[in-house]
Design a protein around this ligand. Structure first.
Ligand code: ZN
Length: 284
């Protein structure tokens, strides 16, 4: 593995052996809150927001010829899985100069720059200046997107196609914000924005591999995929992107942020899925 680092922004791990036309990215495992974050609440509350261990669970990428990119900054500071236009203007002091197009994420307090932790705890007791917001976009969001786009474009140029897996985790249990309060979520939820970002062969391979050891796998249920798979997919042009949400209940103790007894089994299932997808990508 050859690791490139863009300081404070991302790691990019490139395979050393033969390449497969496969790129993975983990946008929500970063641990860094830059100094200008300045929340009004305790950092311990902000620190809990993370797709814990996902970069490790998908760590088989390089062994299978794939590139793996992971963000180093926290999603609550700026979320790379949102469009820059998905900005909550209530949080901005002064006139925002660019177009705004809000989504349902705004209502949940989880748009480009998060307003709320867990949909209820306000992060700031101040508004952010236009300069602060632009600094976050230009220093973190844009370089992350540029690296992912370059990896996808380079792979597509070399192979004439590229498969992209966008890697996430979700809380074990549903909640009111998502209308599934008290229900245990599926072990994995695969998102293709209702079939628009990836074709059937890619989706079916992922679903079959994740379910091979008896895990429940849902497709396009609640978590259908957001900006990163939307922006870079174009199935007709040989660019397919798909999101995977791993249920934290099958790999970690969410309260104590520690791997649980199922961690190694879950990692083995994900590793096998990556191997099958790499084979599919190479065979085409
Ligand atoms: Zn995530």
């Amino acid at each position: 593995m050859a690791r490139k680092e863009l300081q404070n922004v991302l790691f990019q791990d490139d395979p050393e052996g033969p390449r497969a036309p496969l790129v993975l990215d983990s946008p929500h495992t970063g641990r860094l809150f830059p100094e200008d974050f300045r929340p009004a609440i305790a950092m311990e509350i902000c620190n809990r927001v993370n797709d814990w261990f996902i970069e490790d669970l998908f760590g088989a990428a390089n062994r299978n010829g794939a590139v793996l990119i992971q963000a180093l900054f926290r999603r609550a500071y700026i979320d790379p899985n949102r469009d820059t236009a998905d900005l909550d203007l209530d949080m901005v002091d002064g006139d925002w100069p660019d177009p705004v197009s809000q989504t349902e994420k705004t209502k949940r307090g989880a748009s480009l720059i998060w307003k709320l932790i867990d949909g209820e705890t306000r992060i700031y007791d101040r508004k952010l200046s236009v300069e602060e917001v632009n600094l976050r976009i230009n220093t973190y969001w844009r370089p992350y997107h540029a690296a992912l786009k370059t990896a996808l474009d380079d792979t597509h140029a070399a192979f004439g196609r590229v498969l992209h897996i966008n890697c996430h985790s979700m809380p074990e249990m549903g909640d009111e914000r998502w209308g599934d309060s008290g229900q245990r979520r599926a072990d994995f939820i695969v998102g293709t924005r209702d079939g628009t970002t990836a074709g059937a062969a890619f989706t079916d391979t992922v679903v079959a591999a994740l379910g091979a050891q008896g895990h429940s796998v849902a497709v396009n249920e609640k978590f259908k995929g957001v900006e990163l798979i939307k922006r870079y997919s174009d199935p007709a042009a040989g660019r397919e992107s798909l999101q995977i949400e791993v249920n934290r209940g099958i790999y970690m103790d969410e309260a104590n942020i520690l791997p649980n007894a199922q961690y190694d089994d879950t990692k083995a299932v994900i590793s096998e899925m990556i191997a099958r997808v790499a084979k599919l990508a190479q065979a085409r």
